[in-house]
Write a protein that binds this ligand. Structure first.
Ligand SMILES: [Cu+2]
Length: 167
C-alpha cells in the first residue's frame, strides 16, 4: 500500500512537472523573433558626405522553424532597408529585399559584399565610436532591439574591385 501510494504521488508530481514544461515550451514558441539572437552588429563609418551607411550583423535562429526578418528601424536615420549587394553584368549594385529568411537551427550573416542593413540619411553626423540603435522586425511581429557600434572598416574587409576587367 505504502509503495503504491508513493508511486501514485510520484506519478502526480511527474504529470504536474510535465504540464509545466509543456506550458513553458508553448510560451517560448509564441514569438519566433524572440528566439532570434543577434551577434557582432556594427555600422561601417562613412565619409561625412555619404548619406547611406551599411550595417552588418549575424542573426542566429536556434528554433525549430524558419524565421523571417522583414524590416529594420533606427531612430538615428530617416530610413532603414534590407539590401543585398550583387554584381550584375560586372557592375556592383544593391537590391532591396522584402525579407531575409533564417533557416531553423541556422544563421544568416549580413556582411560586406552580401546582405546588409542600409541606413539612409543620418539625422545627425555619425562617426566611429558612436552607437546606432537598431530594431529588427520579424514577420511574426517580434522586435529585437540592439546597439551597433560604428567602426572603421577593417582592412581585411576591403573587397577586391570585381568590376575591373582583366583581359
Ligand atoms: Cu545597400
Amino acid at each position: 500500500m505504502r509503495v503504491s501510494y508513493f508511486t501514485k504521488t510520484l506519478i502526480n508530481h511527474i504529470a504536474v512537472a510535465t504540464g509545466a514544461v509543456l506550458l513553458a515550451t508553448i510560451a517560448l514558441s509564441v514569438s519566433a523573433g524572440e528566439k532570434a539572437m543577434v551577434h557582432g552588429a556594427w555600422v561601417r563609418e562613412a565619409p561625412p558626405n555619404m548619406l547611406m551607411h551599411a550595417g552588418y550583423l549575424k542573426v542566429i535562429n536556434p528554433g525549430g522553424e524558419e524565421i523571417h526578418l522583414v524590416g529594420v528601424e533606427s531612430k538615428q536615420y530617416v530610413k532603414a532597408e534590407l539590401h543585398l549587394s550583387k554584381t550584375i553584368d560586372g557592375v556592383a549594385t544593391m537590391v532591396r529585399q522584402d525579407q531575409l529568411s533564417i533557416p531553423a537551427g541556422g544563421a544568416l550573416a549580413l556582411k560586406p559584399g552580401s546582405f546588409h542593413i542600409m541606413l539612409v540619411k543620418p539625422i545627425e553626423p555619425v562617426k566611429a565610436g558612436d552607437e546606432i540603435d537598431l530594431s529588427l522586425l520579424f514577420a511574426d511581429g517580434a522586435i529585437v532591439a540592439i546597439k551597433a557600434p560604428v567602426k572603421r572598416a577593417p582592412s581585411s574587409s576591403h573587397l577586391p574591385h570585381k568590376n575591373h576587367k582583366m583581359n
